[in-house]
Design a protein around this ligand. Structure first.
Ligand code: ADP
Length: 467
């Protein structure tokens, strides 16, 4: 069952109970007070009648010691006629229970007489057929006779009014319930709107629409829930996008890897096939074997690089304070002896927070790339400088440069701007990918500035270590 329907049902049940009970209490309260008033009136009338009877008895001629039955009848009959139109009925009974006078239609039994003590009034409410009466009884002392005076007061109207009150209230309750149902239907659907919107959003998201957000329509707890849900959805969307990008990157990586394997393997298989199927002269045999060897070496270098990337990606740098001088000393030892380029090393003394071996790998790769991009004998400048953000290393060359649109992609694994040029120089597009992984472990990244024909400036920042 829908939450709004439950809310509606509960409210209506509560409303029906409250209306029913309060209606019953109200109508009954009015009835009881009316009946109370009627009883009081009946008792007052009974007192007046008693007094009137006793006064009338005193006026009976003195020749009688005892009030004769005929006089009783006469007095009672006069009293009844005198009160015509008041709806009053009388009955006079003597001590022995003989009825001396009874109005027409006086239908009460004599039970009340037994409970009537001298000087006291009693009453009860009786029902005869469809009518209701207040039956009172009191004693009358008339000329040495103790008589019983009973009256009947018709109170059917009060009972009828109670019935009418109940029926009017019942109709009113039904009307109010119907009206309440309509109003509550709108209220409950307004109250549960945020829940409906949230459900819709959940369904849309479950169907794959992660950008869908639930509309916030209230400022209460449900509004806060909608806000939290949307925040969760945003985080989820971000994670899914990241995962999708990661999956895409991995697929690209595997695709590029397979492609990079295929080219040298095709050549290796081709030359190997030639060697085993034909008798080649010595020079051709050497060239074929040499080709197989160099391509094999390239594959070996590639697999080592790949392993390096994977290990670096999973690893953690062992950071320590490394003097910049030591890093430059290592580079100088490795490159300055080579006479293929004009190397220039300049640096400010300092200490960086890094893992020396990893940063040396980065610098060697950048220098290697600079060499590969430049004509033999060109100048390559390696610089180390303190800046406000940290210690900056830069490798500058005056080689072919990198087109702007390629700059963002050269750090991707297997990406090469000019594939044949890179391959001919033993490249596989993995050097900068490895540099990126290493720098990520140092919370840093490659900064590339380059223009085709003018050369490149590739650098990175490292935090300085306290000396
Ligand atoms: P590779 O093994 O091919 O050198 P890298 O990941 O180190 O792979 O570099 C990716 C590509 O970026 C290279 O193939 C090259 O085209 C380009 N590149 C890198 N450094 C430079 C540079 N200093 N000047 C021009 N192109 C560069």
């Amino acid at each position: 069952m829908k939450f709004s329907t439950k809310l509606l049902l509960c409210t209506m049940m509560l409303m029906a109970a409250v209306l029913g009970l309060s209606g019953f209490y109200f109508v009954n309260y009015v009835f009881e007070s009316s009946l109370e008033r009627e009883i009081q009136q009946a008792l007052d009338e009974s007192s007046i009648l008693r007094f009137a009877f006793e006064t009338a008895a005193l006026n009976v001629p003195v020749k009688y010691d005892v009030l004769p039955d005929g006089s009783v009848f006469q007095i009672a009959s006069n009293m009844e006629t005198g009160s015509q139109g008041a709806g009053r009925l009388l009955r006079i009974t003597d001590e022995d229970g003989n009825v001396l006078y009874a109005s027409e239609g006086f239908e009460a039994d004599g039970r009340l007489l037994g409970q009537t003590e001298e000087g006291r009034k009693t009453y009860r409410v009786i029902e005869t057929g469809k009518d209701f009466f207040i039956h009172t009884s009191s004693t009358v002392n008339a000329l040495d006779r103790l008589l019983y005076l009973e009256t009947l007061k018709d109170v059917s109207e009060v009972f009828r009014e109670r019935g009418l009150g109940f029926s009017v209230y019942r109709q009113l309750t039904i009307l109010m319930l119907l009206l309440g149902t309509v109003i509550m239907h709108f209220i409950s659907s307004w109250l549960t709107r945020p829940v409906r919107l949230l459900t819709r959003a959940t369904k849309r998201m479950a169907a794959g629409d992660y950008s869908y957000r639930a509309r916030k329509v209230s400022r209460d707890e449900l509004g806060a829930l909608t806000g939290d849900f949307n925040r969760m959805a945003a985080a989820l969307e971000e994670n899914i996008e990241r995962l999708e990008e990661e999956i895409q990157a991995r697929e690209d990586f595997v695709g590029a890897f397979a492609h990079e394997l295929k080219t040298p393997l095709t050549s290796i298989i081709g030359y190997a096939d030639m060697l085993r199927s034909r008798k080649l002269d010595e020079e051709k045999s050497f060239l074929s074997a040499n080709y197989i060897y160099t391509e094999g070496k390239r594959l070996e270098a590639m697999s080592i690089r790949l392993l390096d990337i994977i290990v670096t990606r999973r690893g953690k740098a062992e950071l320590a304070a490394v003097p910049v001088k030591a890093l430059f000393g290592y580079l100088k030892d490795m490159f300055a002896v080579r006479e293929d380029m004009e190397y220039q090393f300049t640096y400010e003394e300092g200490t960086v927070q890094a893992e020396a071996g990893l940063i040396e790998t980065v610098l060697v790769n950048l220098l290697d790339n600079a060499c590969k991009a430049s004509e033999p004998g060109s100048r390559i400048e390696v610089e180390g400088r303190k800046t406000e953000e940290g210690y900056r290393f830069t490798v500058r060359d005056y080689g072919i440069g990198i087109p702007e649109k390629e700059q963002a992609r050269i750090t991707q694994a297997f990406y090469m701007v000019d594939k044949s040029r890179s391959r001919s120089r033993n490249g596989a597009g993995l050097g900068l990918a490895l540099c990126t992984e290493i720098l990520a472990l140092h919370a840093s990244r490659l900064e590339i500035e380059s223009a085709p024909g003018e050369g490149s400036r590739i650098g990175f920042l490292l935090p300085e270590a306290a000396e």
